[in-house]
Design a protein around this ligand. Sequence first.
Ligand code: URA
Length: 239
Amino acid sequence: MEKQRLDKLLASTGKWSRREAKDLIRQGRVLADGVPVRSGQDKADPESAVISVNGEPLGYRRYTWVMLNKPAGYLSATEDGRGPTVLDLLPPELQRQGLFPVGRLDKDTEGLLLLTNEGGLAHALLSPKHHVDKVYFTRVDGRLTEADRAAFAAGMTLDDGLRCLPAGLEILTAGEESRALVTLREGKFHQVKRMLGQLGKPVKYLERVKMGNLELDPGLERGSYRILTEEELEKLRTF
Ligand code: URA
């Protein structure tokens, strides 16, 4: 792999900003092949050099995977003149890495959104061939019933003729307002809202809580992000 600037390399892990990386280098806490790095501009090949920070391996990865707890009000796009995008929630050093959202959540939908620059795995996760489960928590107007659950399980045909695969509807509470977990094996435009709307139970709130084997970290505040751990990436790869 091509050599890269050390300050950029450190920042690309998402653990430090570029400024923090420069400070660590200045303090002599960054070693490349056992030798202290002198300047952020020094270069190294992250795949062959042994780089450590404060005595710990850098943990460089070729691709970046970010878990974002998306708040309402942000578009799942990299650029959009109509308003802020999920990229605006990331720091500049991550914004510069060519990340894109793995699938879309509506502007008002919250919760688990992955961003990456690894096209291959991202497309595999989204491919209709693979049927990766996506789980949503929802609050709807009206009382969800066993008939609604059965309609989901049978596979609904929407008013415009769109046929949906069988889906899960786990009713958590049923009343004037009901709460449920919806499991989809596909991701058609506004799908959860359209399915529940057609059953006369319009969605008031929607949050994605799981994608494949990966759950939204309950410790991750709305609007916050973090880099996926090695174990989480492994879970994703074995969707
Ligand atoms: N289904 C929807 O209706 N909206 C989303 O954002 C995701 C799934």
